[in-house]
Design a protein around this ligand. Sequence first.
Ligand code: F6R
Length: 247
Amino acid sequence: MNVIIVRDYDELSKKAAQIVANEIKKKPNLVLGLATGSTPLGMYRELVKLYKKGEVDFSQVITFNLDEYVGLSPSDKNSYHYYMYENFFKHINIPQQNIHIPDGAAENIEEECRRYDEKIMKHQRIDMQVLGIGTNGHIGFNEPGDELITTTHVTKLAEETRKANARFFESLDKVPQYAITMGLGTIMKAKKILLLASGKSKAKIISELLGDESVSTKVPASFLLIHPDVTCIFDEEAASLIKGRGE
Ligand code: F6R
């Protein structure tokens, strides 16, 4: 893992946007895997700025989002569809047909998962996958457990995840119980992975991730230790408990 530690969230966002923009310059039809949540918001803001300055062109980029809540329609303000359009897609020149997000309101959810994997497989693999990390070590919504599923599937959200995400909803009971998520196999097949973590709440899981050389389904992000091309960008707060730092 290539670990880059930056001062704060602003620097993290700029660095992440620069890395993604460079990949698009190298390969204009980049297959780009995207995350939602708080962490990548600044990266999207910076990518929009680069686009407006004419420094990056999304006209051939193909995107696949990691996940979506089951039961929320694309127009629901708490859906990841809504998040992605509001924070990113409606501000750049990506063609509508190049955008892929699982449909959490699909009538047949199992079929939707299969269809999503087929679409990814048409491109063979994701070129660069952007990831955040849950405080419990989840990536996408691959939650800790006795086993991890390789393909796109429906997952029951961990209570820790529902509580962490309740800040976006009116109340905890409004947070969906289930989500569609890309599986760990698809994530691990991505050529490159960009893992972002910001803030004190991530310090514990980041120190566990970097302090342990074993992989475990109890910490889904630990599988990134065996991926050949992972770049991590952490801000000082997220990196503050990494062993050996500041000693
Ligand atoms: C979101 C996703 C999740 C988040 C993680 C961290 O698409 O897949 O794994 O990246 O829950 O969320 P934030 O950034 O809100 O701390």
